[in-house]
Write a protein that binds this ligand. Structure first.
Ligand code: BGC
Length: 437
């Protein structure tokens, strides 16, 4: 079953191989969150509601059984602030117990939990205050992180404070541009705002939100470390694998900084940095360029460009600098063709193997996503290794799940020729790269 394109690279001891989800995208009925409010308001840019999602709120034991059974040793999942603190200052003990059971459940199955505290959704009350842009947002997030320690400890080692802060700063501008308050409350009535274009390339990330997110990350990190200094805390950044057209190096650097690099620089004191890479973005002298004509695209309209993973990992390691290991916390493809998922992931892993071989300190690969799930407005883009029936919620692992699970079990990933290795064979004795510490 394990099919490698080349000899394959043996992964370091302790390397995490698994898959990722986020709370809102799989749990269902996240009714106290701002996204739920926006989805259920007529006339917003959101085409489809999350509804029951994959019902993982109830079916997480089955999800974890499947992942462990497939051969994975890690699972990244989210805990939902809007459930833990549905009203300001009111902690739901039931939600804390629920997520604590998930942590225990992962550990019992031999899955290392990588737990995300915030993945795009906030409690409605937080967004009604103004969300990240409001004064005091960092303190409010840090208070939630304090509660989260009851869920995480003991047992969890890897915590992601905030998922894709760079996308949050962009989404803030997009959502405001669409005339919505962050909690959806002030949206105009249906029909008043036809045809809003949600094109991230068309807006500037919000600088106030950027700074607030960095403060929130640091405040939460301090709280988590105070609870247990051995917790490994980081955040996960959306990597765009920017490529400069000839003569556009400066334009690219200026474009990339507020959209990506500032968040990588902010991770220089962290315990790890999460790389989330799917495709590349070419930048010309006048800004971002469209997907090249004729290039294959995915169900999200992104160019099929698996090498983005290796490029993003290398770029991240360069910007963050030594001493901060990389975890790939998301990588995958929205496709209805599971064979294409395997082809894409093979090439993505090969680009990762090349980075590992060159000494980049990568400690894990968590595929996006474990399940087909709610892709922020639509169920159509299917990223999952496991299919989910929308009516019965029955889970069916795809061939890609068995394929990737077999690689995890074998501790090997597809390889590419390394530098100075012209015939494409791994150097003798170099099959195991630097062990994770
Ligand atoms: C996000 C996920 C999303 C995925 C695919 C990432 O930006 O963290 O929530 O589903 O990409 O679009």
């Amino acid at each position: 079953m394990t099919s490698l394109t080349g000899p394959g690279l043996t992964l370091p001891e302790g390397f995490l191989m698994g898959a990722s989800t986020s709370a809102h995208q799989v749990e269902g009925n996240n009714v106290s969150s701002d996204w739920w409010a926006i989805e259920n308001r007529p006339g917003t840019f959101v085409a489809e509601r999350s509804g029951d999602a994959a019902d993982s709120f109830h079916r997480w034991p089955e999800d974890m059984d499947l992942l462990a059974g497939l051969g994975f040793n890690a699972y990244r999942f989210g805990i939902e602030w809007a459930r833990v603190e549905p009203e300001r200052g009111q902690v739901s003990r039931a939600a804390v117990a629920h997520y604590r059971a998930m942590v225990r459940g992962a550990l019992e199955r031999g899955l290392t939990p990588v737990v995300t505290l915030h993945h795009f959704t906030s409690p409605r009350w937080f967004s009604a205050l103004g969300g990240w842009a409001s004064p005091g947002s960092a303190d409010l997030f840090a208070s939630y992180a304090r509660v989260a320690t009851e869920i995480l400890l003991p047992g969890v080692r890897h915590v992601a404070t905030i998922n894709e802060p760079n996308m949050i700063a962009l989404m803030h501008s997009l959502i405001r541009g669409a005339g919505l308050a962050a909690d959806g409350a002030t949206a105009p009535a249906d029909g008043e705002r036809p045809g809003v274009t949600l094109d991230p390339g068309s807006v500037e990330p919000d600088a106030t939100v950027e700074q607030a997110l960095i403060r929130a990350h640091r405040a939460a990190t301090a709280v988590l470390k105070a609870a247990d200094p051995t917790l490994q805390v980081g955040w996960t950044v959306a990597n765009q694998a920017y490529q400069a057209e000839p003569g556009a190096a400066e334009a690219m650097a200026a474009y990339a900084r507020p959209r990506e690099d500032v968040y990588l620089e902010a991770a220089r004191q962290d315990d790890w940095i999460g790389v989330q890479a799917y495709t590349r973005h070419r930048i010309g002298a006048d800004g971002p360029l469209p997907v090249p004509e004729g290039a294959p695209t995915t169900l999200t309209g992104w160019e099929v460009y698996p090498e983005a993973l290796g490029e993003a990992v290398r770029h991240t390691a360069d910007v963050v600098g030594p001493g901060v290991p990389v975890l790939v916390t998301e990588n995958g493809i929205a496709t209805a063709d599971d064979e294409q998922r395997i082809t894409y992931t093979t090439a993505a892993l090969a680009s990762l193997a090349s980075a590992l071989r060159d000494g980049v300190d990568v400690r894990g690969y968590l595929h996006w996503s474990a399940l087909d799930n709610y892709e922020w407005g639509s169920y159509r883009p299917t990223f999952g290794l496991i299919a989910v029936d929308a009516e019965t919620f029955a889970r069916t692992p795809k061939r890609s799940a068995a394929w990737l699970g077999a690689l995890a079990r074998a501790g090997r990933i597809p390889d590419v020729p390394g530098p100075g290795d012209p015939d494409g064979r791994p150097a003798a004795g170099a099959a195991r790269v630097r062990a994770a510490g």
